[in-house]
Design a binder for this molecule. Structure first.
Ligand code: SF4
Ligand code: FES
Length: 369
C-alpha cells in the first residue's frame, strides 16, 4: 500500500504537516484552538456535509509551493484540500473576519432572536458565532419568515423558523437510519426541512438529528422547557445497549439525582465523539428517550466540557467538596431534619418526578392552592 504523501501547510503562521487530501479545516483543527474556523454545516462524521453555510471561509494567501499565487476569493475551508506549501489566513486576515461577520448577518436574517426561550440556548453554535463575529445591529428591514412548529414523531419537534438549512439532519437520517423520510423541500427563500407527506420520523437512530442540529430547530420533546442547560450537570455514563449499532456511551444531563436529558457525547468541535469501543458514538432512541432513570446507567464521572460557550461552566471535574462544618459547630451532634416540605405544602405532589414526564410540566401536575 502506498503511503499518503505529507503536505506542509501554514495556517495563521503555524506550520504543520498533514496527509494529502486533508481539508484546510481538518488541518486547522489539528492545530486547534482559535486557528480552527467555525463550522455550522460541516460534520466530519457525515459524508457529503459542508459547503452550505460559508462560516468556515478562509483566505489562501499562497496556493502552493509550485504555484504560489494567492486564491482570488475566500474559500470554504471545509471543502478545500491543502496543497504542499499552502499558506492560509484565518484569524490573521481582516478580510476573513469581515466576511464572517457578513455570513453571520445573513444567517440571522431569518433566524429569530429568541435565545431567552430557546431550548438550545447555551449550547447553540449560532449563538456562539453571533457573540464572536456578529454585529450589534441588522440592516434587514423586512419581516422574518416564520413557520408553525411540527412534531416529527412523538419525541422530536421541528421549529423550522430557527433552521439555517445546514442539511446535517438530512445526512444523519440518510446515513444512519434505514429509511429517510424528511429532506429539504422547495428552493431559495421557500426552502424548508419537511417530512415527506407529513410522515413521522420513527427510525431507531433518528434522535441523533437533535444532536447534529447546530441551532434550536430540532429539539428533544422529552426535555423541552424542563430546564436550562446550564442548570444541569453533564455526567458521562454507559449501559449495555442491546442495539448492535448503538455505542451505549452517553452524557446524562442531571439535576440533583434526576436525569433530565440523555445525549450522545460531544468532542471539542461539538461533534459526536468516538466511543471507547471503536463505534462512532451515535446512540439509539431507546437510550436517548426511554432511559431517564439513574439506575439504567453506570455513571463514569463528570463530563469534561471543552466547548467555549456557557455549558463549559457546567463541568465539575476537579471540584472538591467543601468540608462539612455543621457538626463541628454543633459540637459533634448531627443536624435533624426539621421540616418535610410535603407536610407543610400541598403544591408539589411527592409522587411526581418532573424529569420523568415526557413533556414540560403543566399546571395540572401540581395541586392547585
Ligand atoms: S433542522 Fe437543524 S440540522 Fe436540520 S437543516 Fe435545519 S439547522 Fe440543520
Ligand atoms: S462549514 Fe464550511 S461551508 Fe459550512
Amino acid at each position: 500500500m502506498s503511503e499518503q504523501p505529507l503536505f506542509k501547510v501554514t495556517i495563521d503562521n503555524i506550520t504543520i504537516e498533514v496527509p494529502a487530501g486533508t481539508t484546510i479545516l481538518q488541518a486547522a483543527r489539528k492545530i486547534g484552538g482559535e486557528v480552527a474556523p467555525p463550522a455550522m454545516c460541516y460534520y466530519s462524521k457525515l459524508q457529503g456535509s459542508g459547503g452550505k453555510c460559508r462560516t468556515c471561509l478562509v483566505e489562501v494567501s499562497k496556493g502552493s509551493e509550485k504555484d504560489p499565487r494567492p486564491m482570488p476569493k475566500l474559500v470554504a475551508s471545509c471543502r478545500t484540500t491543502v496543497m504542499d506549501g499552502m499558506e492560509v489566513k484565518n484569524i490573521t486576515s481582516p478580510k476573513v473576519q469581515d466576511a464572517r461577520a457578513g455570513v453571520v448577518e445573513f444567517l440571522l436574517l431569518n433566524h429569530p432572536l429568541d435565545c431567552p426561550i430557546c431550548d438550545q440556548a447555551g449550547e447553540c453554535h449560532l449563538q456562539d458565532l453571533s457573540y464572536e463575529h456578529g454585529k450589534e445591529g441588522t440592516r434587514f428591514e423586512f419581516q422574518k419568515r416564520t413557520f408553525h412548529k411540527v412534531d416529527l414523531g412523538d419525541k422530536i419537534q421541528l421549529h423550522m423558523t430557527r433552521c439555517i438549512l445546514c442539511y446535517r439532519c438530512v445526512f444523519t437520517a440518510d446515513q444512519l437510519t434505514k429509511e429517510r423520510e424528511h429532506g429539504v423541500l422547495d428552493r431559495g427563500d421557500h426552502a424548508q426541512i419537511a417530512t415527506f407527506i407529513q410522515k413521522n420520523l420513527q427510525n431507531d437512530f433518528i434522535g441523533n438529528v437533535i444532536d447534529v442540529c447546530p441551532v434550536g430547530a430540532l429539539t428533544d420533546k422529552t426535555f423541552r422547557f424542563k430546564n436550562r442547560v446550564w442548570f444541569t450537570k453533564p455526567v458521562d455514563a454507559h449501559r449495555n445497549c442491546s442495539n448492535p449499532d448503538c455505542c451505549g456511551e452517553v452524557q446524562l444531563w442531571m439535576r440533583g439525582d434526576e436525569v433530565f436529558r440523555v445525549t450522545a457525547r460531544k468532542d471539542e468541535w461539538g461533534e459526536i465523539k468516538e466511543a471507547s469501543n471503536g463505534k462512532t458514538g451515535w446512540i439509539c432512541n431507546e437510550c436517548r428517550f426511554e432511559k431517564k432513570d439513574v439506575k439504567d446507567w453506570v455513571i463514569e464521572g463528570p463530563t469534561k466540557v471543552n466547548r467555549h460557550s456557557v455549558i463549559s461552566q457546567g463541568h465539575y471535574v476537579g471540584v472538591t467538596k467543601p468540608n462539612e462544618t455543621f457538626s463541628a459547630v454543633m459540637k459533634g451532634r448531627d443536624p435533624k431534619l426539621l421540616m418535610d416540605i410535603h407536610s407543610v405544602s400541598e403544591v408539589n405532589k411527592p409522587n411526581i418526578e418532573l424529569s420523568l414526564l415526557d413533556r414540560p410540566a403543566h399546571s395540572t401536575d401540581f395541586n392547585q392552592s
